[in-house]
Design a binder for this molecule. Sequence first.
Ligand code: ZN
Length: 573
Amino acid sequence: MKFNDMKYERVELESFSRDWQKLIKEFKTAKSASVQFDIHMKLTGLSKRFSTMHSLAYIHHTLNTEDSTWSAEQDYYDENNPHFEKLQIDYYKELVSSEYRNDLEEKVSPLVFEKIELSLKGFDERMIPHMQEEGRLTTEYAKLLASAEFEFDGKKLNLPLLTFYLEHPDRETRRTAFKKRTEFFMNNSKKLDDIYDKLVKVRTNMAYEIGMENYLPLGYIRMERNDYDKDMVANFRNQVKKYLVPLASKLHDKKRRFLGLERLSFIDEPVYFKEGNPAPIGTPEQIFQNGTTMYSELSPETKEFFQYMLDGNLFDVLSKKGKAGGGYCDFLPLYKSPFVYANFNGTSGDIDVLTHECGHALESYLTRNMEIYEQTMIGMETAEIHSMSMEFFTGPWMHLFFGDRTPQYLYMHLLSTLIFIPYGCMVDEFQHIIYENPSLTPDERKNIWRELEGQYKPYLNYEDDPFFGKGGTWQRQTHIFERPFYYIDYCLAQTCALQYKVKMEQDYKSAWKSYLDLSTRGGTLKFTELIKNAGLESPFEDGCLKHLIKSVEDLIDVYEAKLPAEYKQDLLK
Ligand code: ZN
């Protein structure tokens, strides 16, 4: 089925609720496990319909934010989501207390029951008004960022389009673009502080409603973490401070030599090479044609998957007026179809759509026929292994997209993944401090960020920037406002993806087999079990990063040897 033929119909809360409650009633009076299981599957059918319609509304809304019909649909779900969530919880309460629980656990899987028990701990009806307020505040933040408009180069640009100039090879152009960005954040500083302050308080109140001492444990439950806690996360961050921060500082200095500068500042962060970062060649049509070649050659599974995506028109990647920024991969359970959304802008980020987002999409394609819907649900730390590893598995085909600048692209990609991890951990530690101390003032929050920057990015130089140089950088990191504690997931996943990278250098075929197996398992195991099964070292274990860094440093040498001679000379300077 093609995307445009997928019929949308609003899920009306009232009729949905009636059907749902009726099934719960039948469930309660059912006289056997098998009857209860049949009802479970009927409820799953309703959930799938809700999720599909909700996603369709979201996709259509983001494709054209100026279309008031779709934005009304989006508002409808924003407002009613907590009520739908409550219905799910009402059913789960019955499910876990069923007299046939043992038999049901066998059919549905004990892990699903464990996850359900966890979700029950993180929800209470009294939280609903707070959740609605949270939704309104995050929307206000997104709208504020989307309202940014920059006069530049004779054009009117939004924040995502300004990114092109933030990466510009000409340093002065870059500096002007950064100044424009600073102006916007300075002008909205008070608003940003207020929105965030309210978000911290509303989330803290949510936690108080269910008797928790702060938002931290609730945040972990809402991220569906069932096999690691804050101490394990802290241990991972400590390893990053010990092993990765020094490496990232070294890599930063390599960049300085490539750029031929005395000292780098924050305006040089997005740039790797004097003549600019490698950009993809060819029209979007050619890029997709090359994508077809790449996935046909990679494996039979990826060949079938990519053709399915193309046949269903399941990509929308061209930037157009009214289309919301960013990129994502969604899944429509009723049609068993992934959907990939992006805004091509001529940077190497366009190729991430074919690698990163397709890693997510392939996983949902591989698990689309799983009988138990709950088993297809995975944590973000797992999901990002699928996508970030795919960025590495597609490495051998990058010449199709970057031509003679492929060595630079591969080198830049490897370096950027390593430099990212300390930043990601900083975002995570920041949020732990913020939610454990909800009464901090906006200025105190900014001071904490600056302190953390000293630990995680000691080389950072903000020139005399009055906003970003004063601890404001986190305010442009949307996850901090929109999804607390979702960020360490990228770091955990990147640690696993880098392990795959090391493995594929030794034996590509067996690394791919392990990856495919991991993706096919979906959420049938916990994160730590999934990676153990895949033969990966747990990021939480002491020594994981120490071992990894050693292999990665060898890899950097290999990639450096492939760079054109002029770069090798830069490194000798
Ligand atoms: Zn992703």
